[in-house]
Write a protein that binds this ligand. Structure first.
Ligand SMILES: Nc1ncnc2c1ncn2[C@@H]1O[C@H](COP(=O)(O)OP(=O)(O)OP(=O)(O)O)[C@@H](O)[C@H]1O
Length: 341
């Protein structure tokens, strides 16, 4: 298990990480996403764990053994960066075999391991290609195979899909999640994209300004963000007040039962703040409704709307065709809203 205690990393007088306490379990092959906005310190944290960035204060340990002074290649961690960084002059096979010789794995044993890795990343038959003859997605899968070949005890992925075009990204995100679980290697994934974190990770740690502000199961994070800033980072567009009583939330947009304990946990009675993603606010067409559509855009199977309710304007969705001026009755969808704190 990886544990960080009070880890601070400085660039000159700037603290890129401030007293970070964090741990990544290895009980089962889990994927932990390190999610946060650009510049919050995600890569710095990953690089510190990999031994590529000096730690000014605090300690990083594996199974209780401090890693201070342990060189990156002796940490037994696999690393994949944004653009894979394959060796251009070597074939796919030679790239994947790279870390094996150093571990004393040679000859047929090495060949078998490379074949196994090619199958794992669904690239059988690509072994003799040059990296230049691969697509961006294929190159990232080779980089993943190279990192996994020596059986590292932890895999570190730094925005592995950043250089892949958006159409492929979702497919590859799911693929990589499957591959690392199949390989049985605990993995840390750095990303600024909450969709990518949701597709790949079991546990998500949210970072902001050099600190980890929340660590939770992915499903729980979306419904119980620790503060409004985290909710906004996860896609919330508005925060409204409400009152909870025995799992029923009452707001200006009506009542909704939040009784699914696996997502919401036990909610305390009393006033609360509710974060709304557009999907959480459903506008039903109703001539007597107290909302008015100001803007509507047709999506594949719904309408994305901006609606005015009293003095406030919200982003919502509608399953019926609406145009500016349509009167609607807003209601909340429990499956898409979040209770803050
Ligand atoms: N070598 C460096 N020297 C000085 N400042 C640095 C250095 N590397 C990073 N920083 C600063 O440290 C902060 C954290 O950087 P880091 O790369 O860890 O962020 P990040 O969350 O990974 O961002 P991104 O998603 O944009 O890659 C940023 O403000 C960055 O400008």
């Amino acid at each position: 298990m990886l544990t960080l205690h009070g880890v601070t990393v400085r660039y000159g007088r700037f603290d890129a990480l401030t007293a970070v306490d964090w741990s990544v379990g290895t009980g089962e092959a889990t994927v932990t996403a390190l999610l946060g906005p650009s510049g919050c310190g995600k890569s710095t944290l990953l690089r510190a764990v990999a031994g590529l960035e000096p730690v000014a204060e605090g300690s990083i340990a594996w199974d209780g053994q401090p890693l201070d002074g342990v060189a990156p290649h002796r940490r037994d961690f696999g690393v994949v960066f944004q653009d894979g960084q394959l060796f251009p002059g070597r074939t796919v096979r030679q790239n994947i075999a790279y870390g094996l010789a150093r571990r004393g794995i040679r000859g047929t044993q090495a060949r078998d391991r490379v074949d196994e890795m090619l199958r794992l990343v669904r690239l059988d038959g690509y072994g003799d290609r040059a990296p230049a003859a691969l697509s961006g997605g294929q190159a990232q899968r080779v980089a993943l195979a190279r990192a996994l070949a020596p059986r590292p005890r932890l895999l570190l992925l730094d925005e592995p899909l950043a250089a892949v075009d958006s159409q492929l990204r979702e497919e590859l995100a799911e693929g990589i999640g499957e591959i690392v679980r199949e390989a049985g290697t605990p993995t840390v994934l750095v990303t600024h994209d909450h969709r990518e974190a949701a597709l790949m990770a079991d546990t998500v740690s949210v970072m902001r300004a050099g600190r980890i502000v929340q660590t939770d199961a992915a499903s729980r994070l979306w419904h119980r963000p620790v503060d409004a800033e985290t909710a906004e980072f996860l896609g919330a567009r508005a925060v409204i007040g409400g009152t909870l009583h025995r799992g029923v939330l009452t707001t200006a947009m009506g009542e909704v039962a939040l009784t699914d304990e696996t997502t919401f946990g036990t909610l305390p009675d009393g006033p609360c703040r509710v974060a709304l993603r557009p999907e959480a606010l459903v506008a039903d067409v109703d001539p007597d409704g107290d909302g008015v559509v100001e803007h509507a855009a047709a999506l594949v199977s719904s309408w994305r709307v901006r609606l005015r309710v009293g003095d406030a304007v919200y982003d919502g969705v509608s399953s019926q065709p609406v145009t500016p001026g349509t009167r609607v009755r807003p209601r909340l969808d429990a499956g898409a809203l979040a209770v803050i704190g």
